[in-house]
Design a protein. Structure first.
Length: 94
C-alpha cells in the first residue's frame, strides 16, 4: 500500500470574533493549484502569547512525516517572536 503525503493547514486566531473563512479559501486555492489533494484544517483559537508547545500546532508538527505539508496563512500564526520557535528543520518553504 502506498502512503500518500498529507496536507495540514494550521489556522490560529486570537479572538473568537476573527473569521477563518477567507484564510481557508486562500489555502484551498493554493493547495488546488499545487495538486496537494485533500487538506485537513486544524483551527486554534488561542493568544499569540501562549507558547507554541501548549497549542495545537505542537501536535500537528509531531504528526508530520517526511513529505507531508504544513500550510499556514502567515508564519506569525505559528509563534510569537518573543517565545520559543518550533523546529522546522528540513521543511520546504513555498
Amino acid at each position: 500500500m502506498i502512503m500518500q503525503n498529507k496536507t495540514i493547514a494550521y489556522l490560529r486566531v486570537s479572538t473568537v470574533e476573527q473569521d477563518l473563512e477567507k484564510n481557508k479559501a486562500d489555502i484551498l486555492t493554493f493547495a488546488n493549484n499545487k495538486d496537494f489533494g485533500k487538506v485537513k484544517f486544524v483551527e486554534d483559537k488561542v493568544s499569540g502569547t501562549k507558547n507554541w508547545k501548549n497549542r495545537k500546532i505542537k501536535q500537528v508538527i509531531n504528526s508530520l512525516n517526511t513529505g507531508d505539508r504544513l500550510i499556514v496563512p502567515e508564519f506569525s500564526r505559528l509563534y510569537n517572536t518573543s517565545l520559543s520557535k518550533p523546529n522546522l528543520q528540513g521543511a520546504s518553504l513555498n
